[in-house]
Ligand binder design. Sequence first.
Ligand SMILES: [Zn+2]
Length: 372
Amino acid sequence: MLLVFCAACGTHVAPPPTINSAAPSPGLAAAALTTFTDALGGRFSDVLTPAEKTAVLNAKAIGIGGVSMRYIDAATAAAPDGSWTGDVIISWRVRGEKPAEEQIGVGFTQSGGAARISSFGGAGQPVPLWLLAPVTVTRSGGVTVISEGRDPAPYLRMGLTAVQQVRETIAWPDAQLVLEVPADESTLEQMSGSAAGAYRGVAAFTGPVDGRPRGPVHIFINPDVIGTGRDAQIVLTHEATHAATNAATNPHLPAWVREGFADYVALRAQDLPLSVSADRALATVRKSGPPKTLPTDADFNSMAEDFGEEYQFAWLVWRYLGEMGGPAAATRFYDAVGAGTKVDAALRATYGGLTEAALTSQWRTYLVKLAR
Ligand SMILES: [Zn+2]
């Protein structure tokens, strides 16, 4: 039960409570959810609403099963027309993936002693794309593109190249990559329940579909930003590295290790001059000398990938490590840190006793040399 108090009502006398037939009914909402999940399971007991029909078709195309939904409470008061948004816990499973579970908003309409689902999302809650809009699903070579109204071909091509490029550095035997491509940036905001502008300038990010550490990991594309050229490929290979190594939810990886390694993998596949790949970092070194410390977690935007100067500094640590020991040693060091070994101990074990302090000092000298 959601109680709303009116702070602005002042001395007005509240009207006596009346029975409102449109007040959100948990029982009717739960029955509406059952009608929908039955339809997802192939048991149709009623005519579907447009929102339900879209979701049922999407679920079939993606291979979603085992859906269950539990009504929690009303997230908004009922509008005069009997519509409201409710908090609902949904769990689902895509064939071949780990199960997912998340709290979402569901729009209901209620009239004549029954409630139906009118929409998914809203009330600032996240909502998966498959509940939000009609999608097409394209698959090839372990890459799946779930796309809303966008041509999936360039994303499929870049996804396949990303898998290939990641494999040039690390072993990824059973590569599975899922790209979700909403129609635009505002749909991406809606999917994650974020405020407007949360993904401005962000090309893509990688994370669990339900925000839980154990949830299935997808790459989410901002089609208004990413493009289809060389930079888009670098972003996708960077994100695919995160996906391949389960980096998004690994608490052991400092940001410079996670982000620098993903750029190391992505940029090994390119032949770019430093004036392009490290322009901002080297400009800073020229202006004010090398940073005193390796990039800290606080240097990175925790919400989204913005590929700023801090990414270039982190990548240059990995470029240096790569020049010292090659990609196999770099991968061993990354894996050791990811498994919980402290950076200093992992460096000593991989690079013949190299301490974190010595690496910092050598990297600073390296930066000065590159900036000349
Ligand atoms: Zn990243």
